[in-house]
Design a protein around this ligand. Structure first.
Ligand code: F6P
Length: 559
């Protein structure tokens, strides 16, 4: 029981306790049996929203499960939190900020207020500025210092200033400008900048320094190296403005770096880094696909925003996906969640979602600063489907951990290899069937006897070939991967993450967990350059720093 005047925590809520009872009743049920006894299962457990179909029938749920989960969502006041987010309330309480990435794609242009000021005019002004600039670059009108058109763009950024635009850039390959290539430089490892610059020409390269804070060590270090490289061409400081632009909330720091203020594309502190691809951080995407397509991407996200705002919880795609995640994390004890796109253009989606989800909900203190006594965000992982089948699917099928997974595929392909596409789709569908159904001992005998000649020692081997099944999956089918459907898909996951954060009573919009490592890295970096032996850390860290220094600076190399 909660103490007097204390709000109940998640596990004390009546809806949560009802779910615990429900779990005891149904957790042993087999999905293959549920399918066999209910021919309406797919109809009941799927949602079509414009170009996205979500089939969530292959989950360990019965008719009562979703209503019980929705009761939990209502008990934590999900709808009110959702409305507060869209209205610009400062729901990011530890940073005292609004959370308004939805305003960036608000195509109705209805006013959205932060501190009494409508943000839509500045959102639209930045979009206009991006459009003018991108049209010049795309049309070859923007010239480099030797009067040549730009052919290569390097986006220098990390985290949200890299993963979002990179994922969208690769996803929208069929829409790319044919004479422009975008490269993404994020790692402070000098190998990456060398690899990228090796094939580029200073006269035709444009750098975008993308950093919300403009203080991120990796990005600023890379930007300085890029500037040195540019100046090696014989260009002078004056000509930097033709080759360097910036995207940031910190206009002063961008100007200090030497970027012409006319070439700085602004966004605002109410846009979280991992939600920033809809802001000027999307500049590299606009350069690649053009403003018209970028606006379709925003339009898709806006359509999903409306769905999330207006659809009853029981039919609401992000809500259902979020609640299923809670069902597995908090009741079945699942610890991770697989993202398995069967579309090569979506190959970066798992990496993008790792940050979106784990930086948002990888937290163990609730929004009131209290340690939680329940499990929160899962580990998000995955890779493009077919490759994953030949790598880690073994563990999903027969391992000891439950790994709920999302299978994401596009029905229509952009390429002309329909046969290949059919093979890939067949595999995606076969995997979800196999994960759900499994293969019983009897079925295994039948399969094996039919398919192998030597059945002498079958008794020893047969148990290795049995699949328990009952592994949950969602299937998301996009009619086609277009800017609009991609916008919908990304916003779907953003809202899913939001809903889970509300259920777990987290602030999904801060990221204090990345700070300590950054602070210690600065200290260690300074120590690496000192002459004295380092002694100020634990013995392992001291020894590792000193060993590193002995090899790099004192030449103590072993064979
Ligand atoms: O270190 C994590 C983080 O703060 C992310 O949240 C952010 O997306 C990334 O670093 C990059 O930050 P910035 O855009 O300010 O360079």
């Amino acid at each position: 029981m909660p103490k007097k005047n204390e709000l109940p925590t998640l596990t004390e809520l009546p809806a949560y306790q009802a779910l615990e009872n429900h779990f005891k009743l149904i957790s042993q049920l087999k999905m293959r049996h549920l399918f066999a006894t209910d021919e309406k299962r797919v109809e009941k457990f799927s949602i079509k929203n414009k170009s996205i179909l979500l089939d969530y029938s292959k989950n360990r749920i019965v008719d009562e499960t979703i209503p019980l989960l929705c009761n939990l969502a209502r008990e934590v006041n999900l709808e009110s939190w959702r409305d507060r987010m869209f209205a610009g309330d400062k729901i990011n309480n530890t940073e005292n900020r609004a959370v308004l990435h939805t305003a960036l794609r608000n195509q109705t242009n209805e006013a959205v207020f932060v501190d009494g000021k409508d943000v839509m005019p500045e959102v639209n002004a930045t979009l206009d500025k991006i459009e003018v600039f991108s049209e010049k670059v795309r049309g070859g009108i923007w010239k480099g210092f030797t009067d040549k058109a730009i052919t290569d763009i390097v986006n220098i950024g990390i985290g949200g200033s890299d993963l979002g635009p990179k994922m969208v850039y690769h996803a929208l390959k069929p829409y790319h400008h044919k004479e422009l290539t975008v490269h993404f430089l994020s790692n402070v490892d000098g190998a990456q900048i060398d690899d990228i610059l090796e094939d580029l020409d200073q006269e035709t390269t444009l750098f975008i320094v993308a950093s919300k804070t403009f203080t991120t060590q990796e990005t600023i270090t890379n930007a300085h190296i890029a500037r040195e490289w540019f100046l090696q061409s014989g260009a002078d400081d004056e000509q930097i403005s033709k080759h360097f632009v910036a995207v940031s909330t910190n206009l002063e720091a961008a100007a200090e770096f030497g970027i012409d203020t006319d070439n700085v594309f602004e966004f605002w502190d109410w846009v979280g880094g991992r939600y920033s691809l809809w802001s000027a951080i999307g500049l590299s995407v606009v350069l690649a696909v053009g403003m018209e397509n970028y606006k379709k991407l925003l339009g898709g996200a806006h359509a999903m925003d409306n769905h999330f705002k207006e659809t009853p919880l029981e039919e609401n795609m992000p809500v259902i996906m979020a609640l299923l995640g809670v069902w597995y994390n908090n009741f079945f004890g699942a610890e991770s969640h697989g993202i398995l796109p069967y579309d090569d253009y979506l190959r970066d989606l798992p990496f993008y979602l790792q940050q979106a989800d784990m930086e948002s909900n990888g937290k163990s203190v609730d929004r009131n600063g209290k340690k939680v006594d329940y499990v929160t965000g899962p580990i998000i992982w995955g890779t493009s489907g077919i490759n994953g089948q030949h790598a880690f699917y073994q563990a999903i099928h027969q391992g000891t951990q439950m790994i709920p997974s999302d299978f994401i595929a596009s029905i229509l392909t952009h390429n002309s290899h329909q046969d290949q596409h059919d093979i890939m789709m067949a595999n995606a569908l076969a995997q979800t069937e196999a994960l759900m159904k499994g293969r019983t001992l009897d079925e295994t005998y039948t399969d094996i006897v039919e398919n192998i000649n030597d059945i002498e020692d079958i008794e020893d081997r047969i148990h290795h070939m049995v699949f328990e099944g009952n592994n949950p999956t969602n299937t998301l089918l996009l009619t086609k991967l277009t800017p609009h459907s991609l916008g919908m898909l990304i916003a779907l996951y953003e809202h899913k993450i939001f809903v889970q954060g509300i259920i777990w009573n987290l602030n999904s919009f801060d990221q204090w967990g990345v700070e300590l490592g950054k602070k210690l890295a600065k200290k260690i970096h300074a120590e690496i350059g000192q002459a004295e032996t380092v002694t100020g850390h634990d013995s392992s860290t001291n020894a590792l720093i000193n060993y590193y220094r002995s090899v790099v600076y004192k030449g103590a190399i072993d064979d």
